[in-house]
Design a protein. Sequence first.
Length: 350
Amino acid sequence: MKRYVVTGGAGFIGSALCHLLLSESDAEVVAVDRMTYAANQVTLDELSSQAGFRHIDADVRDVARMTEIVQSVKPDVVFHLAAETHVDRSIDGPAEFVTTNVVGTYAMLEAARTYWSDLPDEAKQHFRFVHISTDEVFGSLGAEGHFSETTPYDPSSPYSASKAGSDHLARAWQRTYGLPVVVSNCSNNYGPRQFPEKLIPLMVLNALEGKALPVYGTGTNVRDWLHVEDHARALKMMAEHGVPGEVYCVGGGSERTNLQIVHEVCRILDARRPENAPYADLIEFVTDRPGHDFRYAIDASKIDTKLGWTPRQDFEAGLEETIDWYLTHEAWWRPLRDKHYSGERLGVKA
């Protein structure tokens, strides 16, 4: 039996990873998630219905509790995804990002190190701590070039700065203590079960409710889009074949401007829900986000050549499937819109 601890397992990327891991008949997956605003009980219920899954409601910043959990589960792999992730929220309230992303990563590294240090030699060699990060730690690209594993760090927001700090801790624990850490830096994810503060679900749900579709600045900022299920496959491959101390950049190879994404969402909704078309009439250009990076793009050649991973999902087809998922899963997103976030502008306190 393979045992996994997945922090942030009830979140967007974490839940996709849990579903993938549970597809193994002999997997035991323990999700550690304190169910903040971005977690969804429906997602947790879906996972809990599968054999081998267990949820522990706990705070990753609590070193003693994380140590207790890791010691009791005895995992082969710890996937550390728990994090505050929304740039706009980090502008309004950076403290939560520093404590969750930096202190939380420290707590998980220490919990894993305490457990790993007492393992027999063979189990030590096979254990992995996979730390999941973002390409935003590298800052902003111009019109050309790509981020790679050797790109210098140059974070622009409280969010990306806190993730940069967590990356440095993860790499230091590998170099100083020998903990078998593998680090992932991924591009923008999209797909089912993403909290609707992020661009694609926000545009879909605002459009369905006839609300403005806010586009920052001129909408020319570029992102590289990666389907969440492709990302989950990459993380699993890193756990199985990744070399301790190595970093792997994961990208979808699908660069689009924000405005292109919004127009594509509108085009698909025009076909799916024509009664309120054209949805592009709802597009509204708003004041740009402070410190808004111009372009992200990933060179994923290392994970391709070393681990054999390439993205499988075509972006256009993946976007259509994602929008269809939101159209048919109102029971998933409606409580979030009603209780936690109704689509209002965030990140304005700067």
